[in-house]
Write a protein that binds this ligand. Structure first.
Ligand code: OSB
Ligand code: MG
Length: 370
């Protein structure tokens, strides 16, 4: 078993092809933290931290992730230098919170460990497909015309499901316009916690438009509110921000607060926990799908492997590189008949292109293991 020799943190600035506005704010670029673990055998493993620049989606943010990694998570993992994902997971579980930071370090270790065995992440997790169905998440645009133009371009590109970001004032009308233009397209919404328990009427007003689900309408800590809303709506309620672990998933299902779950490895602390939530949901008969956080090719590669597990019954927010970036830091993921291929190479199966990584880098640090 190889040992960790050093770690590198790379912070890269990735301009988005168009602004992405949600109920919690607008992003024009991704400030991405990449974690690279280098073993004493010379293997590099990679993990992408999905925290955003500011705490808008969750409390985590990039400066905070850098700090907790450098000051707490990396020193804890380096108490012994063993490059093993389960050992790293167990060590990090003694520290509270910070799932996105933990996930990036755990994934880098998992990737290096798998690469040294010549084994792909998909194989390790239990992937059963060689390509996954892809949806696309559509930000809040300036007008209905702009919305229809953007959705039309995604449908032309072959996406198999459309997700509309909604907020109070941008909801029923947007959903109606898209549904009237494309009567058969699989359609869902995502509110990112923008509504309150008093907004059941406006949420119910979208029931006639045959939505697959409404994602995270209420604040993340309001399981009872989601359970009451689920009683009231015909549209299934799907939780994103509220689901932080196997235990929260189990609780939310038992309370009737969710009947579909969006699994994001960053939000739940990594691929080991993500797989465990998938397995629990399969046992409970709850369909899951793979969310996204505007990842580069590094995070996308791993998400696509996860989305190939049997319980991922709905198309994910695993869109092609070109939906986000004019130039990705890895070879681009390209849509083929509305699907992305699951990487088959060792580990996550993709590497950053060194020249592009250097070009996008705004800050980096080397952390020796001894
Ligand atoms: O809530 O699913 C979300 C992006 C950033 C933060 C939160 C979310 C999203 C998306 C985009 O909806 C998903 C993607 O295409 O990566
Ligand atoms: Mg969401």
């Amino acid at each position: 078993m190889s040992r960790i020799e050093l770690l590198r943190l790379h912070r890269i600035d990735m301009p988005l092809v168009r602004p992405f506005r949600t109920s919690f704010g607008e992003q024009r670029a991704r400030d991405v933290l990449l974690v690279e673990v280098v073993t004493d055998a010379g293997t590099s493993g990679w993990g992408e931290c999905v925290a955003m620049e500011w705490p808008g989606y969750s409390y985590e943010y990039v400066d905070g992730a850098v700090d907790v990694l450098a000051e707490h998570l990396i020193p804890t993992v380096l108490q012994d230098r063993e490059c093993h994902p389960v050992a790293a997971h167990d060590r990090m579980s003694r520290l509270m919170g910070h799932p996105m930071a933990k996930a990036s370090l755990e994934t880098a270790i998992l990737d290096a460990w798998l690469r040294e065995q010549g084994r792909s992440l998909g194989d390790y997790l239990g992937a059963v497909k060689d390509a996954v169905d892809c949806g696309v998440s559509v930000g809040i645009p300036s007008s209905i015309d702009a919305l229809l133009a953007e959705v039309g371009s995604y449908i032309d590109a072959g996406y198999r499901r459309i997700k509309l970001k909604i907020e109070p004032g941008w909801d029923v009308e947007a959903v109606r316009a898209v549904r009237e233009t494309w009567p058969d397209i699989p359609l869902q919404t995502d509110a990112n916690q923008a509504y309150t328990r008093n907004d059941a009427d406006v949420l119910a007003a979208m029931d006639p438009y045959d939505l697959l689900l409404v994602e995270q309408p209420l604040p993340e800590d309001d399981l009872l509110g989601h359970a009451q809303l689920a009683q009231r709506l015909e549209t299934p309620v799907c939780l994103d921000e509220s689901i932080l672990s196997v235990a929260t998933a189990d609780s939310a299902i038992a309370f009737g607060a969710t009947s579909v779950i969006n699994i994001k490895p960053g939000r739940v602390g990594g691929y080991l926990e993500a797989k465990a939530i998938h397995d629990l949901c399969a046992e409970r008969g709850v369909p899951v799908w793979c969310g996204g956080m505007l990842e580069t090719g590094i995070g996308r590669a791993a998400n696509v492997a996860l989305a190939a597990l049997p319980g991922f019954a709905l198309p994910g927010d695993t869109s092609a590189s070109s939906r986000y970036y004019a130039v990705d830091v890895t070879p681009p993921f390209v849509l083929d008949d509305g699907r992305l291929r699951v990487p088959t190479g060792p580990g996550i199966g993709v590497d950053p292109i060194p020249e592009l990584l250097a070009e996008f880098t705004t800050w980096s640090a080397v952390i020796p293991a001894r």
